[in-house]
Design a protein around this ligand. Structure first.
Ligand SMILES: [Zn+2]
Length: 572
């Protein structure tokens, strides 16, 4: 049995995410986790909320709540929505956990001992009007790289360049709008990433199987201009992990916290400990996933994330891991994803443009969204959501191809035989041809899924559904029945078994529909097919089933028009 550690980029705590966020990491990660579990592999699938930093403080202030209370509430909201989309995390943690606090302080201590953390007398922007320093998003201004006028202090949303607040041109406070800002001295810690540049280059060069999107982004940050820069990892804030070296105080760093981007990826590890603590297991149970000296040497670790997160996962977090000098598990494969756009523009959280995860579940069950999003995963380039495409894809793939097959087969069997798998007849050339095609397609499907080629996987799964329809059309048991009922019985028996075959193969994409099909078939045999012929003989003659209700319904033109208008902007 292979062992797969899988993490999704952790969503930020401030508010409900849109469908672009969902397909940008959590959903593809869930697909991969479900596929590996379905094949009997051992999986630990982790995700969490990213809770520190200025955006959480700003959002809490806007909501009129203490930041800790705000985060706890928003974690509940996000956890519930994740459940609604059937995201099958083994644990959904929180970066503000005690476990992450301790581990972050531990790593800082190790990095300091290794000479990779430097104490720097920094100059930071201080707002005279607000009486405080203005880290990250507490200051905005013009991007020195692209000229975008509302670049945030930590990153430009337009060109994705990571920034320091002092880089901004014409800066102003986002608390008061004041431009009465001055530079004041304050002590900070810098992570000496530049010292690790050669190690990182060698490590990334060894990853010849990574997507070009991932390695090209990493190489750009490593080598462009003056190469990888050292980075401040502390902030003058209250909300966050207090700066310590392991369990010891850090002289001169009182009242400061680690920068959110330092502690957030460490939560991938801490989340595993949260999981074992929550389930009453000992530390060995999570360490066997994360420590190569404690059992993790045979683990394959895969991370999923949007392209904007790639620099942190290919550079900053590996500096933390490698620099600690401890045998932590490094990522084996990074699946970086492009963006999903919305109807001719971008999703916009601030303008409420596009479909948000809670709204999506209010209008249709999660499988409809899962199928459309995964079949349009932005892999090689950005992709676009349009309602017309959504309607077409759902109606054709789910209702016409899969749903219709299930309905025709089960209803025909009920009307001509009974609500049990019929007996009699034998397979002929048509059935052998179908088995041969399915065998080839199953192998291709598995290969694409293992390689996380999501669109190719979707195409293959769809082709597997189509093959069943084509078989049914050409075998035509409703005609066969008139002359040779036994032969029609053999055809229907195969078709009923195909429904189980489809339920098992489709479960990583549309888990609820797969459950519905298995319930209707009165089967709990989820075993992944290794031999198609044997798999299509699983349900023997006499096995009782029920005709399921409409598994998928169609999206009407009226609904499509209504939703187009409703989600065009200005939420609430
Ligand atoms: Zn910019």
């Amino acid at each position: 049995m292979a062992r797969h550690l899988i993490t999704s980029a952790i969503p930020y705590i401030n508010g409900i995410k849109h469908l672009g966020n969902l397909v940008g990491s959590q959903l593809p990660a869930d697909l991969f986790a479900r596929f590996q579990r379905a094949r009997g592999e051992e999986v630990l699938f982790l995700c969490a909320t990213d809770e520190h930093g200025t955006p959480a403080e700003l959002a809490a202030a806007k909501a009129g709540k203490p930041v800790a209370e705000y985060c706890a509430e928003m974690w509940e909201v996000q956890a519930k929505i994740a459940e609604g989309f059937r995201l099958s995390f083994d644990h959904f943690g929180r970066s503000s956990s005690e476990q992450n606090k301790q581990l972050t302080q531990h790593f800082a201590g190790r990095l300091y001992e290794a000479g990779l953390i430097e104490e720097v007398d920094d100059e930071q922007i201080y707002s005279v009007a607000d009486g405080r320093f203005l880290p990250d998003r507490y200051v905005e201004g013009t991007c020195p790289n692209c000229g975008f006028e509302s670049a945030r202090g930590d990153q430009c949303d337009n060109c994705t360049k990571q920034l320091d607040p002092v880089d901004l041109i014409n800066p102003y406070s986002t608390i008061s709008g004041s431009t009465d800002l001055e530079m004041r001295k304050t002590k900070h810690l810098h992570l000496r990433q530049s010292k690790m540049r050669d190690d990182l280059n060698a490590w990334i060069d060894s990853k010849s199987d990574w997507p070009v999107l991932t390695t090209s982004i990493a190489k750009k940050w490593l080598n462009d201009g003056d190469g990888l820069q050292d980075r401040g990892i502390t902030r003058d804030l209250n909300w966050g992990v207090p700066v310590k070296r392991g369990s010891e105080d850090w002289p001169g760093m009182e009242g400061k916290v680690f920068y959110v981007w330092f502690d957030a990826p460490i939560e991938y590890i801490a989340c595993a400990k949260e999981w074992t603590d929550a389930t009453g297991q000992d530390d060995a149970a999570w360490e066997r996933w994360w420590r190569t000296d404690k059992g993790a040497e045979d683990v394959t670790y895969t991370q999923f994330m949007g392209k904007d997160n790639v620099p942190f996962h290919t550079l900053s977090f590996p500096v933390t891991i490698l620099g600690s000098g401890e045998p932590w598990k490094l990522v084996d494969y990074i699946k970086g994803l492009n963006y999903l756009n919305y109807d001719g523009g971008q999703f916009s959280t601030s303008r409420g443009r596009g479909v948000f995860m809670d709204q999506a579940l209010e209008i249709l069950p999660s499988d409809y969204w899962r199928w459309w999003l995964l079949s349009h995963t932005p892999e090689s380039s950005d992709s676009e959501f349009t309602w017309e495409n959504f309607q077409q894809s759902v109606n054709k793939d789910l209702a016409d191809v899969l749903g219709n097959f299930v309905s025709r087969v089960t209803k025909f069997c009920r009307s001509k035989f009974s609500e049990a798998v019929p007996e009699g007849g034998t397979w002929g050339a048509q059935e052998e041809a179908l088995i041969a095609e399915l065998t080839t397609r199953l192998a291709a499907y598995e290969q694409h899924m293992n390689a996380m080629e999501i669109r190719k996987s979707t195409g293959e799964l769809r082709a597997i559904w189509v093959a069943g329809n084509e078989y049914l059309q050409s075998a035509a048991p409703w005609s066969t029945f008139k002359e040779d009922p036994a032969q029609a019985a053999a055809q229907v028996r195969l078709a009923l078994n195909l429904i189980r075959f489809y339920a098992v193969l489709s479960s990583p994409f549309i888990p609820d529909a797969s459950d519905t099909l298995m319930d209707a078939l009165n089967s709990e045999d989820w075993s992944w097919p290794t031999d198609v012929k044997a798999a299509l003989e699983t349900l023997g003659a006499g096995h009782a089933f029920a005709v399921p209700d409409n598994v998928f319904r169609k999206v009407t033109d009226e609904e499509r028009e209504d939703w187009e208008t409703r989600f065009s902007g200005t939420r609430d």
